[in-house]
Design a protein. Structure first.
Length: 162
């Protein structure tokens, strides 16, 4: 559990500046709003994970998170090579889906370990984090499908190509 949480903590620290880059690159207003929320949630996640380390009396030091580093590196390469339009936003959606899938996988493992070791206080924190990730995935789906805004991101792109 500690190793997974260290990976996740380092991933969250890495993601803060990257999410700001994504906010600046996004064109679709709904995407910008989502990314601003994701960035805020990222800061809260760092605080929650740090609180778990405090409970466990462990430090956050550990290896770099190679999974998050790879997602960020690939995202930056994609953003650098695409024109500034809604196509770039689709690439941002792809990056966000990968980041959220990574977060969910690590949180699931840590949650299972906390449950197995009967660390209810840690379970509670991790369950809230898992629910937040699920909510972010749901919001991202609504943005791409147009349920939160009159015209979804994918609908706008289809309209541009007509």
């Amino acid at each position: 559990m500690v190793s997974d949480l260290r990976d996740l903590y380092h991933a969250e620290v890495l993601l803060g500046p990257f999410l700001k880059e994504l906010v600046n690159a996004a064109q679709f207003p709904g995407m910008k709003a989502f990314l601003e929320s994701f960035h805020k949630d990222n800061a809260e996640s760092q605080e929650d994970i740090f609180a778990i380390f405090t409970i466990l009396r462990e430090d956050t030091f550990g290896n770099s998170c190679y999974a998050a580093e790879g997602i960020v590196r690939q995202g930056r390469e994609i953003l650098a090579n695409l024109p500034t339009n809604n196509i770039k936003d689709v690439s941002i959606v792809s990056c966000c889906r990968r980041l959220l899938a990574y977060q969910e996988a690590v949180l699931d493992c840590a949650f299972a370990a906390a449950k197995a070791t009967k660390r209810k206080n840690i379970e509670d924190i991790l369950l809230i984090r898992l629910q937040r990730v699920e909510g972010m995935r749901h919001s991202l789906n609504q943005i791409t499908e147009g349920k939160l805004f009159s015209k979804g991101l994918y609908q706008q792109i289809l309209h541009q190509t007509d």
